[in-house]
Design a protein around this ligand. Structure first.
Ligand SMILES: *Cc1c(COP(=O)(O)O)cnc(C)c1O
Length: 409
C-alpha cells in the first residue's frame, strides 16, 4: 500500500498481550493498547534532516504515526505550535528559564485536536462511519470538527455543567450533542449502552489506541524545537493522561531511532487540582493504580477525571522519569491563569494554571531547582472558559469624561 505505516502490532499496556494492527481494536481487559512500530525500519526510512522540508503540521512525523493510507489523513493543519520563552513569568516564579508550549493555537483551541486528528484518520482508514464520545470539556468540539472534516457522523454526550463554549462548539460542528443528567461516567455509560444499537465507535480517552499517537506529537515537536536536547522538567496538566503518556512514548521512540542528543530524559510532573487529585494521591501512597476521589470538582474541566483507565501508565511514566505527581491549590487557579495572561500575553487555560501552581510549590520546596529549564504545556485557550473569565466592564459616558478619575483607576 503506498505510504504504508511502520506499525507492526498493538500491545496491551496491562500485560503485554500482542494484538493485530489494521483491524478495529479498542482495549484489552478494559485497559489501553500501545501502538508498536518497527523502529529500525523507521530509522532507515527517515532522518532528522528530512524534517525541515516538510509542512509544519504533526504529519511531518509520518513515519512515527499509524496511518497506512495517505488518502485517509483528516487534517485541519494541526501541529507545530510555538514554544515560547517566558522571561518575565520565569523571574516572577524564581526559575532561570521557563518555556510554554502553546497548544491553545490549535484547531478548536485545544490540544485535543492532535489526538482527534490521528484517531479520526484511523477511524476513516478502518471504515468507521459513526463516532461517539463522552466529554466534560474540549474533546467533544475537537471530535465534532474532525468528524465534520471527514464526513463522519458524530455523537457527543456531556454533563450539564460542561463549559458553555464546549457545548456550543460541538453543535456548531454538526455533532448530535446531548446534555446528560449525571457525571462524565454516566455519559460514558450512554456510549457503552448504545454502541451496538446505534453503531457508535467509542472515541473515549484511551478506549481506542490512536489518540495517544496524536498526542505523542507534542513530544516529537518539543524535541525538534529544542534541537533534540530535551528540557530538565516538563509540567503537564493531567486528566486522562494521554498527553503525558504519549510524550513519554515519544521520547522512548526518538531515543530508539537515535535522534536525541543524549540519554537524559525530562522529569515528568503530572499536575492536578487539590480538589480532584487521584494521581498525586496514588503517587504519594506508592500505588500503581489510582482511587477515584470522593467529591471530584474543579473549575479546570479537563482535569475533572476521577477514574483514568490509563492511571498506571501515567504513574509508571512519572516514576520512570524521576518526576512527581503534584496537586495545585484549586482556589488559586484563576490567579495563576491571570498571572500568565498578564505577564506574557499567553491565553493560559485553568488546567495549565495547575502547572504554574505546582511549579511555584516545587521551586519553593526544592523539588525543582531554579537552574533547571522547565516547559509548561498550555493545553487550551483561556477564551473558551467564558464562565470563568466573564467580567463586568466599567462604563464610560463619552460626553462626561473625567480623565483624573481614569488616571487613578
Ligand atoms: C483534556 C484536557 C486536559 C487533560 O488531557 P489528558 O491528556 O487527557 O490528560 C488538559 N487540559 C485541557 C485544556 C484539556 O482539554
Amino acid at each position: 500500500m503506498p505510504g504504508a505505516s511502520f506499525v507492526t502490532h498493538l500491545q496491551a499496556a496491562i500485560d503485554g498481550t500482542v494484538l493485530p494492527a489494521r483491524t478495529i481494536q479498542t482495549t484489552h481487559q478494559s485497559r489501553p493498547l500501545w501502538v508498536r512500530y518497527d523502529l529500525d525500519a523507521v530509522s532507515r526510512a527517515v532522518t532528522r534532516a528530512d524534517l525541515p522540508d516538510r509542512p509544519p503540521t504533526l504529519w511531518r512525523y509520518r513515519e512515527l504515526l499509524p496511518v497506512d493510507d495517505d488518502s485517509c489523513i483528516v487534517s485541519l493543519g494541526e501541529g507545530m505550535t510555538p514554544l515560547i520563552d517566558c522571561p518575565r513569568l520565569a523571574s516572577s516564579l524564581g526559575i532561570d528559564r521557563l518555556l510554554i508550549k502553546d497548544e491553545s493555537q490549535l484547531p478548536t483551541g485545544s490540544f485535543k485536536s492532535r489526538g482527534m486528528a490521528v484517531a479520526v484518520s484511523m477511524a476513516k482508514q478502518l471504515g468507521i462511519q459513526r463516532v461517539a464520545v463522552p466529554t466534560a470539556g474540549n474533546a467533544g468540539g475537537a471530535l465534532a470538527a474532525y468528524a465534520a472534516r471527514a464526513g463522519m457522523e458524530c455523537w457527543v454526550f456531556m454533563p450539564a455543567d460542561t463549559p458553555e463554549v464546549n457545548k456550543a462548539e460541538s453543535r456548531l460542528f454538526g455533532a448530535h450533542t446531548f446534555q446528560v443528567d449525571g457525571l462524565i461516567t454516566d455519559c460514558a455509560r450512554v456510549v457503552q449502552l448504545g454502541r451496538e444499537r446505534m453503531g457508535w465507535f467509542d472515541m473515549s480517552t484511551l478506549k481506542e489506541p490512536y489518540r495517544i499517537e496524536g498526542k505523542k506529537t507534542m513530544g516529537l515537536e518539543l524535541a525538534e524545537q529544542m534541537n533534540w536536547s530535551l528540557p530538565g522538567v516538563i509540567l503537564y496538566p493531567t486528566g486522562g493522561g494521554t498527553g503525558l503518556i504519549g510524550m513519554w512514548k515519544a521520547f522512548a521512540e526518538l531515543g530508539a531511532i537515535g535522534w536525541l542528543e543524549s540519554d537524559r530524559r525530562p522529569r515528568m510532573f503530572a499536575c492536578q487540582s487539590s480538589t480532584c487529585a487521584p494521581i498525586p494521591d496514588a503517587f504519594d501512597a506508592g500505588l500503581r493504580f489510582a482511587h477515584p476521589p470522593d467529591n471530584p470538582r474543579t473549575i479546570a474541566s479537563g482535569l475533572r477525571v476521577p477514574n483514568a483507565v490509563g492511571d498506571f501508565m501515567i504513574l509508571d511514566a512519572v516514576r520512570e522519569s524521576g518526576g512527581r505527581a503534584m496537586a495545585a491549590d484549586e482556589h488559586r487557579l484563576l490567579e495563576w491563569m491571570r498571572l500568565v495572561c498578564e505577564t506574557e500575553g499567553i491565553a493560559l487555560c485553568p488546567e495549565s494554571a495547575a502547572c504554574i501552581g505546582v511549579l511555584e510549590r516545587a521551586l519553593r520546596d526544592g523539588t525543582i531547582a531554579a537552574s533547571e529549564t522547565a516547559v509548561v504545556f498550555n493545553t487550551g485557550a483561556a477564551q473558551k472558559y467564558t464562565e470563568l473569565i466573564r467580567t463586568d466592564l466599567p462604563t464610560l459616558d463619552p460626553d462626561h469624561l473625567d480623565f483624573d478619575a481614569l488616571a487613578g483607576s
